[in-house]
Design a protein around this ligand. Structure first.
Ligand code: PRX
Length: 635
């Protein structure tokens, strides 16, 4: 792939060369795209036919109760029928499904057969523990194979998993367990991070104390560190898996297309995280189709998505889409720069990874150490690469492209969200690329950048990013709060029936989309999604704080860093020690990813007359900029 054409003075076009396009399933975008939006249901029905259904659907799209769309109604399937069962009937049976490497360098592999066996065994354990179809089971685990086995086992019996990212802490976990009314929690004693064991079980214990719905907790022994086990509540995974209850024969539950597969909590603009619900049918079709066309997976490929299974990226593109496509997926437990910044490049060489998918923050972090760490390794197995989670700046894009991809691996900059289930705006391997642009909509999607009234903004102008149509991978609702689902996503453009993404973006004159970032009170820190309100409520749960405001400030490494302004209760005085204590408090409550970089003490917060914090004003102040229109300021 060479920089063989220049589109205009600002945007170089990078054209994929033949070594990549010769594989590509899609040879031409425009015509297929047009067809896919002209006959959306026809497009999705054709894709769905590529999956296994116990019973075919009656209707592709049921839009009788907008915005609660339903897909493939009347159909019966189970994501496991496609991710495991059907492969056991073909030569994929003995292919590697999962390669796992632990941070200390330990390794395990599972063929589809072996993965299927472990999933069946654990599914039987769950049943023996009283799990039933429709129960929500919370999973709080490090990046070990058992997290994948646990997710798949839930799906197999028709239970609904709610994975809480292993980097979250006590209150975040407790809140999610309570919201889901989970009876069963699956966890581990800990994991390894930068050479040290983490203490997941201790966090889980405190969360279970705060949120007492759990009566069965199953823990994997990973670190071997001492940990508390409560009689009749806590069980070791390996003990249960060694018992006769863990038979390797288990029928996959035949779920309805619209039966829930998982809940995944994500931060929104309120303090309470939203449990987005995804289903067996539509999600399976959407995740597998996007993966197949965008990353062009071939039978001999090794795929590595270096995300955590605890986020949507991991759900869709470490676990479900690769397995549905019969691919070999890699999972790595540790940090990219431990013990040295060549850890990832070493893994690519060692396992012969062909397609690699990561975040801009990770790329920027590794770029800081220079090219020599990557240059030590043979990265010639790479064919395609990807980026997700936040906008990638052209400098990082070019480093990734030149230093890691050696100038011949196109970068699939995929824009999507927890809510969307899979890629929404993304290149295909044949798409001419512009560094920093997620390029064009995936098939079936009409995407636009509009003003508040819904009018398309001119090319190059900023506006709200909206999706004009339903798609099979869309979240169906917010668990227990359908009104909020309407309020957050569908009310803004109710008349038009469009989905509001919460992002601002631009479209250029070639129809390429450029994501600018969130335009609500959601922060993207190192690609992680956090709500201002969540950080604020963690801060005010400290006895010294009466009010707090959290904002994001631009950062060249993390995209954004958290800046908090706090008001002290009477009797407390500002000090460096208190700042440290507050940061630690946020670590303990929410997790280290939510730790503010700066905490500033103030007497008052700028508020509107109706009492809303004007975060815009705080941001301008922190950046030393003009404070803008202050007419709504309280005083
Ligand atoms: O702001 C966008 C950003 O991540 C948000 C969704 O976050 P989350 O639900 O955690 O899912 C992340 C992984 C899919 C979006 O609203 N975002 C995601 N991908 C990109 C992006 N921003 C720019 N470019 C991307 N490729």
């Amino acid at each position: 792939m060479k920089k063989n054409s220049v589109l205009n003075s600002t945007n170089s076009l990078y054209h994929p060369d033949k070594s990549v396009t010769k594989h590509a399933r899609i040879k031409e975008y425009d015509k297929l795209y047009k067809e896919s939006i002209t006959d959306r249901e026809g497009f999705w029905s054709k894709e769905a036919k590529g999956l296994h259904w116990y019973q075919k659907w009656d209707k592709v799209l049921d839009d009788s109760n907008k915005p609660f769309y339903k897909w493939f109604t009347g159909g019966k399937t189970n994501v496991i029928a496609n991710a495991i069962d059907r492969h056991l009937l073909t030569e994929t049976k003995n292919k590697l499904a999962l390669i796992w490497e632990g941070e200390p360098g330990d390794m395990k592999t599972f063929s589809y057969f072996a993965l299927g066996r472990e999933v069946s065994k654990f599914a039987n354990v769950l049943k023996a523990m009283g799990a039933k179809k429709g129960d929500i089971i919370t999973i709080y685990m490090p990046q070990i194979p058992e997290i994948i086995i646990a997710m798949l086992a839930c799906a197999k019996i028709g239970a609904v998993h709610s994975v809480v990212y292993g980097g979250f802490s006590v209150e975040a976990l407790a809140e999610r367990i309570a919201d889901a009314h989970s009876r069963i929690l699956i966890t581990a004693d800990g994991g390894f991070r930068r050479g040290k064991p983490t203490q997941l079980k201790a966090i889980a214990d405190e969360a279970m104390r705060r949120s007492p719905t759990i009566d069965v907790c199953i823990a994997v022994r990973r670190t071997g560190e001492e940990c508390y086990m409560e009689n009749d509540r806590d069980f070791w995974w390996h003990d249960l898996m060694g018992m006769p209850i863990a038979s390797s024969k288990c029928e996959t539950e035949q779920t309805d297309a619209e039966d829930p597969l998982f809940i995944l909590y994500t931060s929104g603009t309120t303090g309470k995280p939203k449990g987005l619900l995804h289903t067996h049918g539509g999600y399976s079709v959407y995740a597998s189709t996007t993966f197949k066309y965008v990353f062009d997976i071939q039978p001999a490929d090794r795929w590595w998505c270096a995300a955590d299974p605890g986020w949507i990226t991991g759900h869709s593109y470490i676990v479900y889409a690769p397995l549905m496509n019969g691919a070999t997926t890699l999972l790595y437990e540790g940090a990219p720069n431990h013990p040295y910044p060549n850890r990832w490049w070493q893994m690519i060489e060692k396992y012969g990874v062909n397609i690699f998918y990561t975040s801009p923050t990770a790329i920027r972090g590794l770029m800081r150490y220079g090219a020599s760490w990557a240059d030590k390794h043979d990265l010639s197995s790479l064919r395609l690469m990807g980026s997700v989670g936040e906008p990638i700046n052209p400098e990082a894009w070019k480093w990734y492209y030149d230093v890691i991809g050696k100038g011949h691996c196109p970068i699939m900059d995929t824009w999507w969200q927890t809510e969307t289930g899979g890629f929404m705006i993304t290149p295909l391997p044949i798409t001419p690329l512009k560094p920093g642009s997620a390029t064009k909509p995936f098939f079936g999607n009409e995407v636009a950048v509009v003003d508040e009234a819904g009018k398309a903004v001119p090319a190059g102008a900023e506006g709200n990013l909206v999706i004009k149509n339903p798609w099979p991978g869309m979240a169906r609702t917010i668990l227990g709060d359908p009104d909020q689902f309407i309020e957050k996503y569908w009310k803004h453009y109710k008349k038009q029936g469009w989905y509001l993404t919460g992002d601002s973006a631009k479209v250029d004159k070639d129809g390429y989309f450029w994501i600018i970032g969130r335009n609500d009170d959601v922060l993207k820190v190192s690609g992680y999604r956090l709500g201002s309100a969540e950080i604020e409520s963690a801060l005010v749960s400290h006895p010294a704080i009466t009010e707090a405001a959290a904002i994001g400030l631009p950062d060249s490494l993390k995209g954004n860093i958290i800046h908090a302004t706090v008001i002290l209760r009477e009797g407390f005085a500002p000090s460096d020690a208190l700042v440290e204590e507050l940061k630690k408090h946020v670590d303990n409550e929410l997790g280290p990813i939510a730790r503010p970089a700066h905490i500033e003490f103030a007497e008052k917060l700028p508020k509107t007359r109706s009492g809303k914090i004007m975060r815009r004003v705080l941001k301008a102040r922190a950046l030393g900029q003009e404070e803008g229109d202050l007419t709504t300021l309280e005083e």
